[in-house]
Each structure stands twice: as C-alpha cells, then as structure tokens.
Write a protein that binds this ligand. Structure first.
Ligand code: GLC
Length: 520
C-alpha cells in the first residue's frame, strides 16, 4: 500500500475518552463510580461528540492497583455493578454511536486470582507454570520499587512480579496459559466490546528469566525484562484472536521512551496503534518538544500515531502543561484534536479539571499500602518536604471524581467518594461549563465536531508541519480538501489567510495560546 493511501477504519474517525472507572459517576452512593452511573452520562458524552470510550479495568480485583490487579477475568467487580449493568451500558453506548474498548491486563494477575492461588500450592500443581517460579532471584527490579521477586513460603521458591508484590507476572511461554488468555479475549469480544487497551504489553515475559539487567549510572537498565524477543509473537496471537471478530481495535501501552521501540509494535499484524509517552506525558510544557515529537511520529509512525496529554498515570494536563492557564489547555486540545492521530481525552480534561492536592497524610495511599508521604519520611525527608514529594509522586492526584455540578459531592455521588473531590468543583464543573458559551467545554465541543465532520482531520496527511517562534502549524490534506491549523504558543501574531480561505474556528490575530483553523 502506498504511504498516503487511505485505509478506512472507524478508530481513525473516533475521538476517544478515557474513563477512570472509580471516579466518573456513582449511582448507588458507595463513593465509587459504576456502570449505572456511566450509563446515565452517555447523553453527555454523545453531546460533546465523543465516539469511543476507554474504560480502565472493571473486572474483579482486590484493587491494590485500582483494578490493574485482576482476580477474575470473567466477572465484573461488584463495586462497578454486574454483567447486566455492563451489558446495558454497552448497548446504550452502541445505540448512541459510541464504541467501547476495555483495558486488558495480561502481563500479571492479582495474587488473589484462582490461577495464582492454585499455582502457589505445589511445584506440580497444573497452574504452577502459569506464573514464573525460581529457586533463586536475579537482579530485576519492580517498576513500583524494590526487587521483583517474592519468596513464597509454601514451596520455598520465588515468584516474579514486575509491579506490586500482590501482582504476579504471567508466564507467556506456557501455551496453556496463552490459550486461557485467548478465551478471555473471546469472551469479552463476544460480549460486544469494540477492542482493548493492552496494559504494559511490551512487558510480557515471553522468554523467561534471562540475564541480569545491566546497571548504568547507578540505575537499572531494563534490557532483559522487557521487550523480550517473543513479545511480537505474543502480540500476533492476541491480534489474530481479536481479528476472529470484525472491526475491533487494539491500542497498546508500550513502556518505552524510544520511538524505534514503539514503532516496531505498530503494524496490521500486531497493534493498531500505540501510546507514545514522549508526546503525552512530558513533565513540563515546551512547544518545541511537542512539535519535535509530532514530527518524529510523522517520520517513524506515519501510518497513525495516538495523541493525548493526560491519563490516570500522570498529573493533569491543566497543571503539568498549561500551568493553570485555560487558553494554553485549549490550545493543546486544539493540537490534539486536529493533528494526525487518534486523540484520547482524559475524563475531566474537557472542563479544565486540575490535580488534587493532599492535605492529609493518610489520604493518598500508594500501591504498596504506604503513603508517598511515609515513603519520603523513610528516605529521611522532613514533614514539609515529605508532603511536597508525596504530592509530586502520587498518581492519585489526577484521579479525583468527575465534577458534574456544584451540589454536594460535585454531583459525582450522594456520599463521600473513595478519594478526595477537588474543592474547586463549585466553580469548575460540567453544569457551569455548559452554560458559558466561551468555556473550555464548549470549545472542546466545537473542536470535536470539526474533527468528526472533516474527513481531512481524520485521514488527511500533512502537507506541511512547521515550527517557528513557538508556533506550531500544519496543513492536513485529503484529495482536494485542505485544512490549516495554526497554534500560537508564542507572542502576538497576525495570520495572513490565503485568498478564498474560510475560517472554521478562531481569529486571524493570535494572542499567546490562541489558534486558528481554516479551510484553504
Ligand atoms: C499501566 C497502568 C498503570 C498500572 C500499571 C500496572 O502502566 O496504566 O496504572 O499501575 O500498568 O498494571
């Protein structure tokens, strides 16, 4: 196929919206979001133009890592409802033209999972090889800190856990385990999900425990424990299984900051698209870095990148990249919704939601059961420094409940939520945003509508992609259709439109953080 030939796919026409399950809408007053709550918000999502939802894990889990530690792959966690609630949510979403993809965690399970409970019983248990057991540990480290091995007293062997000690890694060199995973995928595809977001999918242990990882400048280089040679084969099996069903989509979370690593996993036989964290999760704002990354994705992943500035694993875009400035946040949204790629909005971003700040030491418990505050104290920090560090490192700060209105509990629940609600919800909430013509939300709506209506914004290739004076500009071209986008992160500018151009959004005089979209 020629580079620019269009291959039509629904996901290329879709603006996705990530919902962090515990925090979206609570229907039964237990302080956790649930399916019934989400079903009641589908009108809202339809109204803003979202055509795809990514749900973070909702299968049964002890929630050591809020669902990324699954204990039963065939059951909805009761916190979120039951299978009927799920079916109704999916049916109504589909009726509204909204597809739903689910987060699938295949690198590890909770140690509460029946497979693990069996596996730990004895060395000859039929489930033993579903996980990775060794007489001796090696130097591999957990991504949540500390070593990646836990000695189990029942059989006196170590099991391998890349994340929390209560999340044991699956053994992908065991064909029985793999076929079990295939059946899980089939079950949810048959239930009607439109695809998967595959959690840390390049971390699968396909080739077993190989050599120790090298240490560079005092830190471990993850050379042997991730991107193992067999990962692509495993992805192929996943893709083939998903392809038994029509029209499904796979987006992979690839833990790597190297575009060469990312790009090798994105292909018709492997993953449809992958997340590039160099673009989405940069720590501080830099128009040049964002541009460089867009350019690098165009060069390396010309078939289709993803575009996002927020997720449940990073501080909110409004704080991290926009420094609280709504114009900057909107300019970034304009970029994400008009550049080439599949956009993913993180819930609440569309109303300018901000990080929560902990004012109580026990409020935010990290995945290992300790607060980041406690971890910082253990490292010798004083209480003030520890609180600062605790807030800095805590992923929960971007996971606070969706702010629907200024009623008690932000309209999220009728009772206290599982995590603090941002006290700014009186001002920042959906109800207020909808009323204000110039609000962030109404601008998101306009941008999403353009993205939904203009094929050039969905499929167009770049005619130009340029950076000058902190201004990012590009023209998307599809047949005779051309749309130009100018996003000004620098000082005041006046844009000279080509003759006959029609403005779709914005004005020709651009103040800092203003943008314009026009058809030429
Ligand atoms: C992914 C998830 C993150 C989780 C980790 C382990 O990175 O996004 O939230 O903690 O995988 O499953």
């Amino acid at each position: 196929m020629k580079k620019d030939e269009i291959s039509k796919k629904w996901w290329k026409e879709t603006v996705f919206y990530q919902i962090y399950m515990p925090s979206y809408a609570d229907s039964n007053g237990d302080g956790y979001g649930d399916f019934k709550g989400m079903t009641s918000k589908l009108d809202y999502l339809q109204q803003i133009g979202v055509k795809g939802i990514w749900l973070t894990p909702f299968l049964t889990s002890p929630k050591v890592d809020n669902g990324y530690d699954i204990s039963n792959y065939y059951e909805i966690d009761p916190t979120y409802g039951n299978k009927d609630d799920f079916d109704l949510f999916l049916k109504e979403a589909h009726q509204k033209g909204i597809k739903v993809i689910m987060d699938m965690v295949l690198n590890h399970t909770s140690t509460d999972c029946k497979w693990f409970q069996e596996s730990r019983k004895s060395k000859d248990n039929p489930y033993r090889d579903y996980y990775i057991w060794k007489d001796k540990s090696n130097n591999w480290e957990s991504f949540f800190g500390g070593g990646a091995w836990q000695k189990d007293t029942v059989t006196n062997q170590y099991y391998y856990h890349k994340f929390d000690v209560r999340m044991a890694d699956l053994n992908w060199s065991n064909p029985k385990m793999v076929s079990e995973v295939q059946n899980i995928l089939r079950y949810w595809l048959k239930s009607g999900v439109d695809g998967f977001r595959l959690d840390v999918i390049n971390f699968l242990t396909t080739d077993g425990i190989t050599a120790d990882n090298p240490i560079k400048n005092g830190a471990q280089e993850h050379l042997n424990d991730i991107n193992q040679a067999g990962v692509k084969e495993a992805m192929k099996i996943i893709k083939t299984t998903v392809s038994e069903f029509d029209n499904r989509f796979i987006v992979g979370e690839i833990g790597s900051d190297k575009i060469e690593v990312l790009k090798q996993y994105q292909s018709p036989e492997l993953l449809d698209v992958v997340f590039n964290f160099n673009f989405g999760s940069i720590k501080n704002f830099s128009a040049k870095r964002i541009f460089d990354e867009l350019q690098s994705m165009e060069k390396n992943m010309s078939n289709y990148p993803t575009l996002f500035f927020g997720s449940h694993d990073m501080p909110r875009m409004m704080n991290r990249l926009a420094d609280g400035n709504p114009d900057r946040a909107l300019a970034l949204a304009a970029l994400m919704l008009t550049a080439k790629g599949v956009p993913f909005i993180y819930y609440g971003e569309e109303i300018g939601m901000q990080n929560i700040v902990s004012d109580s030491f026990d409020e935010m418990v990290d995945i290992q059961g300790k607060t980041h505050y406690q971890l910082a104290i253990a490292k010798g920090k004083n209480p003030t420094e520890a609180l600062l560090e605790g807030n800095e490192n805590n992923r929960d700060k971007s996971r606070s409940p969706m702010q629907w209105n200024s009623n008690a509990f932000a309209g999220f629940s009728s009772a206290k939520s599982w995590i603090k609600i941002n006290p700014n919800y009186n001002g920042i909430n959906v109800e207020n945003e909808l009323k204000d013509e110039k609000s962030i939300l109404n601008s998101y709506k306009k941008l999403i509508a353009l993205r939904n209506n203009e094929k050039a914004l969905q499929y167009g290739s770049y005619e130009k992609l340029e950076f000058q004076d902190d201004q990012i500009s590009f023209t998307r071209i599809l047949g005779k259709d051309k749309i130009t986008v100018v996003i000004n992160f620098g000082s005041d500018k006046k844009i000279a439109l080509p003759s006959g151009a029609k403005i779709l959004l914005g004005k020709t005089s651009l103040k800092p953080n203003n943008f314009i979209l026009y058809k030429n």
